[in-house]
Ligand binder design. Structure first.
Ligand SMILES: Nc1ncnc2c1ncn2[C@@H]1O[C@H](COP(=O)(O)OP(=O)(O)OP(=O)(O)O)[C@@H](O)[C@H]1O
Ligand SMILES: [Mg+2]
Length: 235
């Protein structure tokens, strides 16, 4: 990635100014994110709320480097994401971001342990090192007894714990979760939220999470409410 000319401010992990993402549908602009400015601190647990279509997933995709802004500036770990080419952006994601989605996105032909180890193997980490790390994460996620099962043989909560363990494999600076409990019953969802909160509190991971769940409110350091691509309320 090369050295940054700007001193790295470890207190701010994300900093966005006038960030916008406009989609064009049949010539009509949809301002999914509209001039959002925000700063997210190292170690924060930030919850994004807002109605369907308010821009939560779009904002998360921008911060994760999965999508690019139409205008504005976005720095993550003091890296200006607009300056990165697609290969550098992929490397940025691999090294710095752990993503968790509503739909788990596990590979059905791999075991739980292999799914967890995959990001490290894809980054070129040696098999025995990746395997050791995967073993630790299996333990952390209380999945040791499921290591050799396939995703079709485990419960929804176990699938999401597998996905979270996979997201931790490359020691990300940032965990980005998009409705991680959307496909789970409320009791299982509550346990998953608690697991993510523990990662924030005990492992000091920065978490940015979009969720409709009211259970997350008490866990959050701050809550941003999105409405038509704007942050309308921040607590
Ligand atoms: N790839 C795309 N092409 C065109 N429009 C898009 C695209 N992605 C999102 N949008 C539009 O941008 C707006 C914000 O969408 P987004 O998915 O960010 O909302 P959301 O808050 O995550 O909603 P939900 O709670 O349903 O997940 C919506 O109007 C949506 O239709
Ligand atoms: Mg969404």
């Amino acid at each position: 990635m090369g050295p940054s000319v700007v001193a790295r401010d470890m207190n701010n992990i994300v900093s966005a100014r006038d960030l916008s993402r406009t989609f064009f549908l049949g010539g009509e602009p949809v301002r999914a994110i509209d001039k959002v400015s925000l700063v997210i601190g190292q170690g924060e647990f930030l919850v994004l709320k807002g109605k369907s279509g308010s821009g939560k997933s779009t904002l998360l995709s921008l911060i994760a480097g999965l999508d690019r802004p139409t205008s504005g500036t976005l720095k993550v770990l003091d890296i200006d994401l607009q300056q990165l080419n697609p290969v550098q952006l992929a490397r940025f994601r691999q090294e710095h971001v752990g993503m968790v989605f509503q739909s788990f996105n596990l590979l059905p032909t791999l075991s739980v342990a292999e799914n967890i180890a995959l990001p490290a193997l894809l980054s070129g980490v040696e098999y025995h090192i990746a395997y050791d790390k995967a073993r630790q994460l299996l333990e952390l996620a209380q999945l040791k007894h499921r290591a050799h099962h396939h995703p079709s043989e485990i419960s929804g909560g176990e699938m999401q714990r597998t996905a979270i363990a996979r997201a931790l494999m490359n020691d990300p600076d940032l965990i980005i979760a998009d409705e991680p409990t959307g496909n789970l019953d409320s009791k299982t969802g509550g346990r998953i939220l608690q697991f993510i909160k523990d990662l924030n509190r005990n492992l000091r991971r920065t978490v940015i999470m979009a969720t409709h769940s009211a259970d997350a409110d008490a866990m959050a350091h701050r809550i941003f409410c999105l409405e038509d691509g704007h942050i309308t309320k921040s607590t």
